[in-house]
Design a protein around this ligand. Structure first.
Ligand SMILES: Cc1cc2nc3c(=O)[nH]c(=O)nc-3n(C[C@H](O)[C@H](O)[C@H](O)COP(=O)(O)OP(=O)(O)OC[C@H]3O[C@@H](n4cnc5c(N)ncnc54)[C@H](O)[C@@H]3O)c2cc1C
Length: 411
């Protein structure tokens, strides 16, 4: 019956609860409508479930670790949390309109402010790293980790929790994909935009440097090209597809909303005629990275045969996706994915969860939400949170009811 109700709903999630929640929260958002939510939020203190949130950094997850200058792909209202208008917190700087894209920095601030304004701080233990998760007898989980001491010189504090309900929300972005060629860990090979900005700040890169080699053809690689252009750095841009490939992600984005990505796409297709410090290298592979800032590439040579050649660069920035880091789980999470024999991977192998509870199909008491469960946009994370909370709440209520019944029998 529930599945019947969901027929006809569409969205960028394969999880039915996430999809339904999104359709109620942001009705017809993908058609460009800014309609009021069909949901009403009400606080029920009696339904409170005792919990603690562990995380490496401040509230906001990956948003706190991305380059703050980049604009979001989503409109800011699509990334709001329940009961707090993006405009109302006011700390993000322009733009504050809910119907435009925001800066990553302002979203990061919105998420940390949310925890304060909703008085959730007591539940958050920031600066904590979970290092081990083990199943115990009696359907419980032992969670071990360390809390980083704030003060310099102070010791990190180990901690343990035993719980019957453990929710994984550790995201997909902790392990950037490496180039997997000799030399891919040379110090001048970097895998994040923040690192590029750091190198500019430290004057390791300037407009007089050798070119920065950007590898990748997605939105993050485009962000790196935009950043290089902003700083006046010369750029060589290597990607595997041909320049006219119809599969580039840029083609899915409306030009009026994402002009900067369309500009990059244009540079990729015209080879760089529109910006003299940029040169595109379509159909290119990185073969080897040498310690002396030289990189061996393979690209289409004359007459259709592949040709190898060497270029001199100042840095290589490879933005070719990322994977979750589930080292703390038994077998590093292998067995939890949709493809059981492979590691959990962003997009190709999300954690398999029960559709209405988000409980892992292979591990009762363990739940997964967000990008780990295939919900790659913030607007779909709420569905997972609702599903697991409802499931846990029901289980706890059932336990209380059966304990009360036992007591009544004893009396
Ligand atoms: C460049 C980029 C741009 C994006 N733009 C958008 C956008 O415009 N709109 C949108 O809706 N979504 C966007 N996303 C996706 C968005 O970031 C995620 O959907 C969102 O952050 C929710 O993810 P999450 O809660 O699953 O995990 P995350 O936000 O990734 O948070 C997981 C957190 O868990 C921490 N963690 C991991 N392992 C441990 C451990 N062992 N111990 C303690 N903590 C740990 C991580 O360090 C991280 O802080 C973007 C993502 C990227 C990378």
């Amino acid at each position: 019956m529930k599945l019947m109700m969901l027929q006809g709903l569409e969205g960028r999630s394969n999880n039915v609860v996430s999809l339904l929640f999104d359709c109620l929260n942001l009705p017809c958002a993908d058609l460009g409508l800014d309609s009021d939510p069909l949901l009403h939020w009400q606080y029920h203190p009696d339904k409170y479930v005792d919990h603690v949130v562990l995380g490496k950094g401040p509230p906001g997850g990956s948003w706190q670790a991305m380059d703050g200058n980049v604009l979001t792909i989503s409109l800011s209202r699509w990334m709001e949390l329940p009961g707090m208008d993006y405009r109302s917190f006011g700390g993000g700087g322009p733009p504050t309109c809910r119907n435009s894209r925001a800066s990553v920095a302002s979203m990061a601030k919105y998420y940390s402010e949310y925890v304060k304004l909703k008085r959730l701080q007591e539940n958050f233990r920031c600066g904590t790293v979970v290092t081990d998760v083990k199943p115990l007898a009696n359907d419980q989980w032992l969670v071990t980790g360390v809390e980083h001491a704030g003060d310099e010189g102070a010791l990190d504090m180990p901690f343990h929790y035993v719980t019957s309900h453990l929710v994984l929300a550790t995201g997909n972005y902790d392990r950037p994909n490496k180039l997997k060629v000799p030399g891919d860990s040379e110090p001048y090979v970097i895998y994040s935009l923040l690192e590029l900005e750091r190198m500019v700040k430290q004057n390791k890169l300037s407009e007089h440097s050798d070119p920065v080699l950007v590898v990748g053809a997605g939105l993050s690689a485009a962000d790196a090209i935009i950043a290089c252009r902003f700083h006046g750095l010369p750029v060589l841009h290597a990607f595997r597809r041909s320049s006219g490939d119809p599969g580039f992600v840029f083609r899915q984005l409306p030009e009026n909303m994402y002009p900067e990505y369309h500009k990059v796409h244009q540079m990729m297709t015209d080879g760089g005629n529109s910006y003299k410090k940029y040169k595109s290298l379509p159909e290119h592979k990185i073969i080897e990275i040498m310690p002396d800032y030289k990189v061996r590439l393979m690209g289409p040579g004359d007459g259709g045969s592949a040709a190898c050649y060497v270029i001199k660069v100042s840095a290589v920035i490879a933005l070719i996706g990322a994977q979750p880091d589930l080292y703390f789980l038994p077998q590093s999470g292998v067995g939890l994915g949709v493809k059981k024999d492979l590691p959990v991977a962003s997009r190709s192998n999300p954690i398999e969860v029960e559709p209405f509870s988000y409980e892992c199909t292979e591990a009762p008491g363990l739940y997964a939400i967000g990008s780990l469960a295939g919900d790659n946009f913030v607007r779909f994370v709420h569905g997972g949170a609702l599903a697991f909370t409802s499931h846990i709440h029901k289980q706890l209520s059932d336990c209380e009811a059966s304990a009360a019944a036992d007591e009544a029998v004893e009396v």
